[in-house]
Design a protein around this ligand. Structure first.
Ligand SMILES: *Cc1c(COP(=O)(O)O)cnc(C)c1O
Length: 370
C-alpha cells in the first residue's frame, strides 16, 4: 500500500549488528598504547616496508589480478599448490566470499558461541541463517557443532585459535569434527593466529585441506606479519572451492603494494621468529601477573588474552576499561561477544605490558566501592 519512497535494503541486511572495531584513542596518559586489535608490537618486517615503498613507483599500474607471485611465495614457504591459494583484501574478504558462494537463503551456517564476529555478519548479509552453538569453557565444542548439523547446513566456521577467547581445538578434535560432518558441508578453519601457537597438538589445518574435499583454511597478513593496514589475507582450499571463489572475487582484490609487501613478509622468517619469541615470553608473563591480581585469565595460544573481571562495584570490566583508557591503555571491550565482564588485551611492547600490569595492580588495589 504505502510503498516507501526510498530504496530499501534487504531485511536481512538491516537485521545485522555492524562490526564494532577496537578503539584507537585513549582518554588520558601521556602516550597511547593500542592493545585493542591484536596488532604485533614489533611491526612489519623492514623488508616488507621497503617493498611497499618501492611499489610507490608504479601506482598507476593495475596489479596482477590473481596475486600470482604472492601465491607462489606463500606456496613455496608452506609447500602448497599455488593454484589452490586465493589472496584477498584481508581474510575478511575471503570469509565474505565463502559466505557468498556457500551460504544464502535456506542455508544454515554453524558458528560457535564466542566465534569471530565477521562470520555471522557475512552469513546474514547473504540471507543465510547463522546457527550459534554453545562452547565449553570458552572453547569450541565438537559435539555441540555436530549436534547442530541439519540437512540445511552448508558451512561451519571455526576460528582456531579463536578470537576473542584465545582458546583452540587440538588437531585431533578438528579431525574428529571434519570426520563427523556430512561430505557436503564446508569446514572453514580460520587460522589467523596459527603462527603464534606453540603447543604441539595444534595444526592450522593445511594437511586437512590437502586430505579432504570440504575443508578450507584462511590466514592473514594482519597479525604476525604486522600488515593490517594493507588488508591482505589468503586461503588454501580444494580446487573446486577455489574455482567457485575465483568466479566471484573482485578481479583485483589485492592491491599492488600489498602484494609486494606480502612477498617480502613471507620471506622474512627471522622477523617472524622474533615476533613469536616476543609473544611467547610476554603472553606467559601477562597471564601470570594478571592471574596474581585475582583476575580470571583464559589460557590463550594467540597474541592476546581474555581477562575477566569481578562483578563487584569498582572492579568491573567497564570500570577497568575506563581506568585503563585514562592511563593511555586501549583494550578491547567484548560485550558484543556476550562477554560483558571481560576485556581483551593484545600482547604489546615490554613497556606497554608492564604499564598494563602496573595500572591494573592499582585498579584492583583501590578500596571497594559501594
Ligand atoms: C584478525 C582476524 C582476522 C584477520 O582479518 P583480516 O581481514 O585479514 O585483517 C581473521 N580472523 C580472525 C579470527 C581474526 O581475529
Amino acid at each position: 500500500m504505502n510503498a516507501p519512497a526510498r530504496p530499501q535494503a534487504r531485511a536481512n541486511v538491516l537485521a545485522i549488528d555492524a562490526y564494532v572495531p577496537g578503539r584507537h584513542a585513549a582518554t588520558g596518559g601521556t602516550k597511547t598504547y593500542k592493545l585493542s586489535a591484536n596488532e604485533t608490537p614489533l611491526g612489519p618486517s623492514a623488508k616488507a616496508i621497503a617493498a611497499f615503498q618501492a611499489a610507490a613507483a608504479t601506482l598507476e599500474l593495475y596489479p596482477e589480478g590473481s596475486a600470482r607471485r604472492l601465491r607462489e611465495a606463500i606456496a613455496s614457504r608452506y609447500g602448497l599448490d599455488p593454484a589452490r591459494i586465493i589472496c584477498g583484501c584481508g581474510s575478511d574478504d575471503l570469509l565474505n566470499l565463502l559466505a557468498l558462494a556457500y551460504t544464502g537463503p535456506d542455508r544454515e551456517a554453524i558458528i560457535t558461541e564466542h566465534g569471530f564476529a565477521v562470520y555471522k555478519i557475512a552469513v546474514q548479509a547473504m540471507g543465510g541463517t547463522p546457527v550459534i552453538v554453545p562452547e565449553r569453557d570458552l572453547t569450541a565444542n565438537v559435539d555441540a557443532i555436530l549436534a547442530a548439523v541439519t540437512p540445511r547446513t552448508s558451512v561451519v566456521f571455526l576460528a582456531n585459535p579463536n578470537n576473542p577467547t584465545g582458546t583452540y581445538l587440538p588437531h585431533a578434535e578438528v579431525k574428529r569434527l571434519q570426520a563427523g560432518l556430512p561430505a557436503d558441508v564446508l569446514l572453514v578453519l580460520d587460522a589467523a593466529y596459527a603462527e603464534y601457537v606453540r603447543t604441539n597438538d595444534y595444526s592450522s589445518g593445511l594437511e586437512l585441506v590437502s586430505e579432504s574435499d570440504n575443508v578450507v583454511m584462511t590466514r592473514t597478513f594482519s597479525k604476525i606479519h604486522g600488515l593490517g593496514a594493507l588488508r591482505l589475507g589468503w586461503l588454501y582450499g580444494p580446487a573446486h572451492v577455489c574455482d567457485a571463489l575465483n568466479r566471484i572475487r573482485g578481479p583485483f582484490n589485492t592491491n599492488g603494494p600489498a602484494i609486494e609487501a606480502g612477498i617480502a613478509a613471507v620471506g622474512d622468517a627471522a622477523h617472524m621468529e622474533r615476533s613469536i619469541a616476543h609473544n611467547t615470553q610476554w603472553l606467559g608473563w601477562l597471564a601470570d601477573e594478571l592471574g596474581r591480581l585475582g583476575l580470571a585469565v583464559t589460557p590463550s595460544v594467540g597474541n592476546f588474552l581474555l581477562v575477566t573481571f569481578p562483578r563487584e562495584p569498582g572492579r568491573t570490566a567497564a570500570e577497568a576499561d575506563a581506568f585503563l583508557l585514562d592511563h593511555g591503555l586501549v583494550l578491547r571491550g567484548v560485550a558484543g561477544y556476550g562477554l560483558p565482564d571481560a576485556l581483551r588485551l593484545t600482547v604489546g611492547t615490554e613497556e606497554a605490558n608492564r604499564l598494563v600490569v602496573a595500572t591494573l595492580t592499582t585498579f584492583m588495589g583501590r578500596p571497594p566501592r559501594g
